[in-house]
Design a protein around this ligand. Structure first.
Ligand code: NI
Length: 227
């Protein structure tokens, strides 16, 4: 399931992130990649301990907290702390790859399985050329380039790449989620049931049927969730 979240961040939050990133200490992105990924990776990333990274990470996590849509789509168990990267100049692409299945939390080494991937776009699309995130989806390749502050969510199992940036800089925040529901197919069913229940309630109010279907939602979640 590939989903877009327009305006995840407010315009003020986007401005704050862009200001912080304009004088942030970028370094070679290959350091954090596995051996296959390192061969195709050519971007820059921020040390996760620097002030800009800490502030933007907190800002993105707050934005996720206020999004019921994010909760419904990802059913998060653990979120790997958001990281920041930049594409431009000589470091301007990331070829086809699949992200490593397991990441280790920097603070305690705890494992996070990367069921769901997210990218929050932070540069205005008019300020750079290229830099599309291309994701191999069930229905063919999707090319995604969103306004600053908007996010895309997609299955961690997808082959994906970032196309070369030929002008300006592409700034983004990216992270992974270990979901309570490991299977993308099951998450999608739960998400569709949840969204359609929401629509039914908005259109017709509460009814015996919506109550019963909400029960079905929770019983499926109980069956499939690993909490
Ligand atoms: Ni990736």
């Amino acid at each position: 399931m590939l989903l877009q979240f327009p305006h995840l961040l407010t315009p003020d939050e986007v401005r704050q992130a862009q200001e912080l990133l304009s004088h942030a200490p970028w370094s070679d992105g290959r350091a954090g990649a596995g051996s296959q990924a390192a061969q195709v990776k050519n971007n820059e990333q921020l040390d996760h301990d620097c002030e800009a990274a800490r502030t933007i990470r907190a800002l993105v996590l707050r934005a996720l907290d206020r999004s019921p849509l994010f909760f419904s789509a990802a059913l998060p168990k653990r979120v790997f702390p958001p990281r920041l990267n930049r594409y431009g100049g000589d470091s301007n692409y990331y070829g086809n790859h699949i992200d490593g299945a397991v990441r280790y939390l920097p603070e305690n080494g705890q494992r996070v399985r990367t069921d769901v991937s997210c990218t929050v776009f932070l540069a205005d699309p008019e300020s750079y050329d290229g830099g599309e995130l291309c994701i191999a989806d069930t229905y063919g390749e999707q090319s995604v380039k969103l306004p600053a502050g908007s996010m895309v969510l997609y299955p961690g199992t997808s082959l994906h790449q970032v196309k070369p940036v030929t002008r300006g800089y592409r700034l983004a925040c990216f992270f992974w989620i270990e979901s309570m529901v490991r299977s993308d197919e099951q998450r999608r069913l739960l998400y569709e049931l949840d969204m359609n229940l929401l629509g039914l309630r908005q259109r017709h109010g509460e009814s015996d049927e919506t109550t019963a279907l909400t029960g079905v939602y929770h019983n499926l979640l109980r069956m499939w969730a690993d909490t």
